[in-house]
Design a protein around this ligand. Structure first.
Ligand SMILES: Nc1ncnc2c1ncn2[C@@H]1O[C@H](COP(=O)(O)OP(=O)(O)OP(=O)(O)O)[C@@H](O)[C@H]1O
Ligand code: SF4
Ligand SMILES: [Mg+2]
Length: 384
């Protein structure tokens, strides 16, 4: 494995499948084709993929070639007839104290990725290393200790809060289960946690239905903080909130990150939501990461036609600088039956799109300066 270039941030993502650059029609390759000479407009496919690179020494989480397939069963005998390929070989890492935004349309596999990392859903294959230990093979005791260090904040905190328990009872239970505090010590800790997330100690006596959406999300964050985690997977934590409240919760998450040195995987379907909180952004499509770069770079120079379309649809603060809208035609294909070649090809409007796009699975290749994109029409050196 080659080491990551100094000063760069070539974060994770996957190669094509498990290292196979081509997933065409399985016909024998004509002589010389295995060299993949670029056709007109084709890029060189041999750029380094994130799997070729060593993660940095300060990586807290390293995900490698993770897959999560849900079996499709039919008939009286529940015959296995196929799989929903919800996550199809993603690789990335998270440095301590950074935020990686994970974005993509509904159903592209963001939540499944988060749940597989937490082992709420056992991954089909692949690895996820937290602080050097593989989560996938942890025994029950190790998993319990890991789940103290890693927390999950849900989009809808109401559904994850027990409606019959006061907020104080909910947080005190977390403290008790993890052996952190009971009695007066727990009461003091509850008051402290509520203060930290911008609520008042007396809120501990109230029930979830007595709070607004933004307040409930603050409670979800307080509950996650109760165990003093290092990593928080925030799964669309602001998607259900009004825009003004979204900004408050994002600001709160940023303040908490600074105060407690937290590391975030921040999931959203909208690129504009993650822009200001993310150090790097990964864009997912049909279970794969298709673009990954430093945040500034990705918003300034999106390489993937898919990312360009998502960005063109994102709201901008100043309407005078509105981007020309690229309309994405057609629905996202089913992850049970993904298209051949580039999974985006049925919807892609790249001017160089051609028959190769339906044959070649583009690897997530470094197109320069640690900007990874999975498109055979983006040449090496397009960035950096
Ligand atoms: N338990 C399950 N059984 C079968 N299929 C599932 C299961 N959970 C998720 N899926 C499928 O996996 C795919 C990815 O789902 P996932 O919830 O990860 O997407 P998402 O990107 O989080 O979407 P959203 O933005 O709507 O939350 C979808 O096609 C979904 O229907
Ligand atoms: S269809 Fe072709 S041009 Fe479009 S994103 Fe895929 S590889 Fe690139
Ligand atoms: Mg989701």
């Amino acid at each position: 494995m080659a080491a990551a270039p100094e000063g760069r941030n070539p974060a994770g993502g996957q190669g094509a499948g498990d290292g196979n650059l081509i997933d065409i029609d399985r016909k024998p390759e004509p002589a010389g084709r295995e060299q993949l000479p670029p056709a007109k407009g084709d890029s060189d496919l041999r750029g380094q993929t994130p799997d070729d690179l060593e993660p940095p020494a300060d990586a807290l989480l390293v995900v490698r070639k993770m897959k999560k397939y849900f079996p499709i069963r039919k008939g009286f005998f529940q015959r296995h007839t196929g799989d929903v390929k919800a996550v199809d070989g993603v690789s990335f890492f998270l440095r301590r104290g950074e935020t990686l935004g994970l974005v993509g349309e509904s159903g592209c596999g963001k939540t499944t990725t988060g749940r597989a990392i937490m082992r709420m859903e056992p991954p089909t294959s692949g690895e996820a290393h937290f602080d050097g230990r593989n989560i996938v093979t942890m025994d029950a005791g190790e998993l319990r200790r890991f789940r103290r260090k890693a927390q999950y904040v849900f989009q809808d905190p109401f559904s994850s809060l027990n409606p019959r328990m006061t907020i104080g009872e909910t947080i005190r239970e977390v403290l008790k289960v993890h052996g952190l505090a009971v009695g007066a010590k727990a009461d003091a800790r509850v008051a402290e946690l509520l203060r930290v997330v911008g609520l008042r100690p007396e809120h501990s006596e109230r029930y979830p239905h007595e709070f607004s959406g933004g307040q409930r999300q603050r409670i979800g964050i307080a509950r996650a903080l109760a165990v003093e985690p290092e990593l928080i997977i925030c799964d669309e934590p602001v998607s259900a909130l009004d825009v003004s409240v979204q900004a408050q919760v994002i600001n709160l998450l940023q303040d908490l990150q600074r105060e407690f040195g937290l590391t975030y995987l921040f999931i959203a379907h909208d690129l504009s939501v993650v822009e200001h909180i993310s150090d790097r952004v990964a864009v997912m499509y049909l279970g794969r990461i298709v673009e990954l770069a430093d945040s500034d770079e990705l918003y300034r120079n999106p390489l993937m036609p898919y990312t360009q379309a998502l960005l063109s649809a994102a709201p901008v603060p100043d309407p005078r600088h509105k981007r020309e809208r690229i309309v994405l035609h057609g629905d996202v294909p089913s992850p049970a039956n993904p298209p051949s070649g580039c999974p985006f090809h049925p919807r892609c409007q790249h001017p160089l799109k051609d028959a190769d796009c339906a044959k070649i699975v583009p690897p997530l290749a470094d197109k320069g300066g640690g900007h990874f994109a999975a498109c055979i029409k983006v040449p090496l050196g397009a960035s950096g």
